[in-house]
Design a protein around this ligand. Structure first.
Ligand SMILES: [Zn+2]
Length: 197
């Protein structure tokens, strides 16, 4: 189980093991079938590769363990997107730019290669496809975040919906959306398990 958290630290700050920059342990096991009111114990770090506009490299993520059920939980800085190497904030900003400008994908890639040299068309297409596959799931989370987002759910055309969704996330601030979405639904908006609660 992974929980994104707000942080003022930069990705680079997480490139060495530093306990000071992680939130304090949970006071209760977050797994529903356990839910014991015990403080989760620190349980080392795991490393993950991270790519962003200003920093690319290994990040060390704190892990915690429930002393009762033995399952682990990790705390993800808000810019990390579970299952993706690219920064979640960057992904949202790049896609927003793409839908806002309405330029060709080729042009977009040429432009953003300066900041993300390893990015390819297939990345962007993969993100777009995942967002469309997750449309119902994302809209479900948006509705819970704020009633003002509910109208977007009625947009029939998929591409128009994606643009509206990205506009909404942009006005909300991408990091706020990433943390709130996970907090409310328990999963990332880009999760591959397309479970509708
Ligand atoms: Zn537990």
């Amino acid at each position: 189980m992974q929980f994104p958290f707000y942080t003022d630290c930069s990705p680079q700050d997480f490139s060495s093991k530093n306990n000071e920059i992680f939130p304090s342990s949970l006071q209760r096991c977050p797994f529903k079938d356990c839910s014991m009111p015990v403080v989760l114990k620190k349980h080392g770090y795991y490393s993950r590769f991270f790519i962003s506009k200003f920093f690319t490299g290994i990040l060390y993520i704190r892990r915690y363990i429930c002393p009762i059920c033995g399952r682990t939980v990790s705390m993800l800085p808000m810019f990390c997107l579970q299952g993706f190497q690219y920064s979640g904030i960057d992904i949202i900003n790049i896609l927003h730019e793409f839908y806002l400008r309405g330029e060709s994908l080729k042009k977009l890639i040429e432009k953003i290669k300066v900041d993300w040299p390893s990015i390819e068309r297939r990345h962007i297409n993969y993100y777009r496809k995942r967002i469309l596959t997750n449309r119902q799931w994302i809209q479900y989370g948006l509705n819970l975040i704020s009633p003002e987002f509910i109208f977007a759910g009625t947009i029939p055309e998929n591409q128009k919906w994606v643009k509206t969704f990205l506009d909404q996330v942009h006005s909300l601030q991408p990091h706020v959306f990433l943390v709130d979405f996970s907090k409310i639904t328990g999963k990332s908006f880009m999760t591959s398990q397309n479970i509708i609660a």
